[in-house]
Write a protein of this length. Structure first.
Length: 115
């Protein structure tokens, strides 16, 4: 199993496909999250901001499992972070020496109002 924290790996990444990719588009998980995270309107209106640290696994069959909030920012933001992860489409798993691998991620999702 690979463990990914932010954009750096805790284990040498495999040669064949170092990271899971979105099957339909070939985009990275990080790109998908950045493009699909929605700042909840209620959080904007109430001035709620922060960083949700979330963990999840992309399995060797390309599904997303084991979604867990590692560090909460606020219930509303936690739910938004979980929603974007829950909606990650089917993935091409990481492959090491021709063998699909589970990949565990631990990433921050930032909710900050821009001025």
């Amino acid at each position: 199993m690979l463990f990914i924290s932010g954009i750096s790996a805790c284990k040498t990444l495999p040669k064949d496909r170092p990271m899971p990719l979105i099957a339909e588009t070939g985009a990275s998980i990080y790109s998908y999250i950045a493009q699909n995270t929605v700042y909840p309107q209620k959080a904007l209106e109430e001035g709620i901001h922060g960083v949700v640290h979330i963990g999840f696994t992309v399995t060797k069959i390309g599904t997303v499992e084991n979604i867990v909030i590692i560090k909460s920012a606020h219930k509303i933001l936690d739910e938004a972070a979980q929603n974007v992860i829950r909606n990650i489409p089917h993935c091409l798993p990481a492959v090491e020496n021709g063998v699909p691998q589970d990949t565990t991620f631990s990433i921050p999702i930032r909710f900050m109002k821009s001025y």
